[in-house]
Design a protein around this ligand. Structure first.
Ligand SMILES: C[S@@+](CC[C@H](N)C(=O)[O-])C[C@H]1O[C@@H](n2cnc3c(N)ncnc32)[C@H](O)[C@@H]1O
Length: 546
């Protein structure tokens, strides 16, 4: 086995006796193409059948294997035959978990990051996915592993177009890339990402990914990974990665930029048209940078930002004070904050540092409906600003997300001020006679302002349309907000709305947010490249009294 990382068989046997979970399952897993009798799994099945008196392939096939592979095969046979539960210690467990998470992310069945899950719990969940998908278990994930999985998965998703272009260029023919089995492609993406963007030492990136491909798939898959990664290393060393040149007509340039900065072509073309090439490149660089997280202190529980800062200093988590009083910004150490239980205590919440709540400007005694409320970042923030007087209705179509919101409300001592409504806003708005002082419509949008945090959104963009709502009292205020920087979802939508509903008059957000966030038309707009915070938009519309 490459890299000299293989354990000697007696050692493996000794570890097999420790009694951790089992190594192999009979189910080859949907992500892997059946490798037949020529794959590891096939060989094992044949060998065991042979030993049980069936038709085995015996030593002839075994001689085709490299001695190190044969050693691994023997080990796996011991595990299967003795049914001793064994954790697979051969593969790099965080890479195995990352590969499985990438497969699941691509099918839309997992989020990119593990931040919302708890350390050990998430390790166990991940292990059961790994077992079902790969047919073996890895050892439990510790905090460092979870961080590595998050970094690898988020980075690989973010750089997918760039990585795939290079992988395809290095395959002997395009067909090899197009027909590549999903798991093999994820392993290659991880290897490419580690080498090109994480600067992982070459021996580790190559050996570990080769071993993962061999164990999870078959020896031939490992050989392919080995050949392609070594070719990549040579090209990287010679500074001659086969990337497209930014030349030709607009379309060709957009295509090249979309590969180099790993964004969809339509997005690049749109941004070049509206922002110009330089600004579009800046924006893509922001989207590709590591996201930072903002934490809002929970004043409703009596905590101050100084209390939060004390805790962060004790935990040795570096932070920056935000311009907004309740916030601090964290670039690294989020896992430490989670582990220390600051969120569970209700001391703070992870929340985008947007000024939308300042645009709403909740005042004690007001009734406010938050129309697309879950998971509740803005609901909780608004409730905290009501200083114990007033009421917020949190409406969302998604019951599960609404439940999370109400749990968080309880944690933050704000549950008495918040009631939930599980409904489709379009139906609710038609059927109810209720009217509110303020209506916040934080509309589902493309999320084009938060692409640095949501690595997957750039590949999954879809518009969802909402009916206009008439839940606002005469004289009340509708606040429309998005986490998008796209004019079609923001200014254009507001202008169209106002044309259809002359009883709603835009009111400048001047005075509610610092001047640098107020657009020419009096809307709130934050721009990642200008303000170094996520992109967001908000408009205040006052309903006339008549
Ligand atoms: C952008 S998120 C809201 C984020 C939230 N305001 C916050 O600050 O945490 C959009 C939410 O709209 C909800 N949603 C989408 N369509 C809806 C509809 N027709 N009626 C009610 N809620 C809807 C989604 O379930 C999702 O939770």
């Amino acid at each position: 086995m490459e890299g000299g990382g293989a354990l000697a068989l007696p050692q493996l046997r000794a570890r097999a006796g420790i009694g951790s979970p089992i190594l192999l399952s009979a189910d080859p897993g949907s992500a892997r193409r059946s490798s037949g009798a020529s794959g590891f799994r096939g060989l094992i099945r044949e060998r065991i059948r042979g030993e049980q008196g069936g038709v085995g392939i015996g030593s002839v096939t075994f001689r085709r294997l490299h001695p190190a592979d044969q050693e691994l095969l023997e080990f796996q046979i011991v595990a299967l035959r003795t049914k001793v539960p064994i954790v697979n210690l051969e593969v790099s467990h965080h890479r195995a978990v990352a590969a499985v998470r990438l497969l699941r992310t691509e099918k839309g069945k997992a989020f990119v990051d593990l931040l919302n899950e708890n350390g050990n719990g998430s390790g166990e969940n991940e292990m059961s996915y790994v077992e079902r998908t790969l047919g073996f278990k890895t050892r439990c994930l510790d905090n460092r592993d979870i961080r590595l999985v998050t970094v690898i998965v988020a980075g690989t998703v973010r750089w997918k177009r760039y990585l795939d272009y290079l992988i395809m260029s290095l395959c002997s023919e395009e067909k090899v890339f197009r027909e590549m089995e999903p798991l093999l492609l994820q392993i290659l993406r991880i290897g490419f990402f580690e080498i090109l963007k994480l600067n992982v030492p070459a021996y580790a990136a190559v050996d570990e990914n080769v071993r993962l491909a061999k164990v999870a798939l078959r020896p031939g898959a490992g050989n392919l990974v080995n050949a392609i990664l070594r070719k990549l290393l040579q090209l990287k060393e010679a500074n001659s990665l086969p990337l497209p040149k930014i030349e030709g007509d607009d379309r060709a340039q957009a295509r090249a930029l979309s590969i180099i900065y790993s964004h969809p072509v339509w997005m690049v073309r749109r941004w070049i048209r509206f922002l110009g090439k330089d600004e579009a490149v800046k924006l893509m660089n922001w989207n590709n940078s590591d996201p930072h997280f903002s934490i809002r202190v929970n004043t409703a529980k009596g905590y101050t930002r100084a209390d939060l800062i004390d805790r962060l200093e004790n935990l040795q988590v570096p932070y920056d004070k935000s311009t907004m009083d309740e916030f601090v910004c964290i670039r690294e150490g989020m896992q430490t904050v989670l582990q220390a239980g600051l969120l569970k205590e209700g001391m703070c919440a992870v929340q985008d540092e947007s000024l939308v709540v300042s645009v709403v400007d909740p005042q004690p005694g007001e009734t406010i409906i938050d129309c697309c409320a879950a998971p509740g970042g803005k609901t909780l923030f608004m409730a905290a600003r009501l200083s114990g007087q007033g009421k917020i209705w949190a409406l969302d179509i998604n019951k599960g997300r609404l439940r999370i919101l109400m749990e968080a409300a309880k944690l933050h001592n704000l549950d008495a001020m918040i009631s939930d409504i599980n409904a489709d806003l379009r139906l609710y708005a038609k059927e109810t006679t209720a009217k509110y002082d303020k209506v916040l419509l934080d509309a589902p949008c493309s999320g084009l302002g938060v692409l640095s945090k949501r690595a997957d959104l750039r590949w999954n963009r879809q518009f969802e349309d909402l009916e206009e709502l008439m839940l606002v009292k005469p004289g009340g205020i509708l606040i429309y907000s998005t986490c998008s920087i796209d004019h079609d979802e923001n200014e254009h939508r507001i202008n169209a709305f106002v044309q259809r509903h002359p009883d709603f008059v835009p009111q400048s957000v001047h005075g509610y947010v610092p001047a640098e966030f107020v657009t020419h038309d009096g809307f709130y707009s934050s721009n990642p490249t200008k303000h170094s915070i996520d992109g967001a938009f908000a408009a205040r519309l006052v309903r006339s009294v008549l």
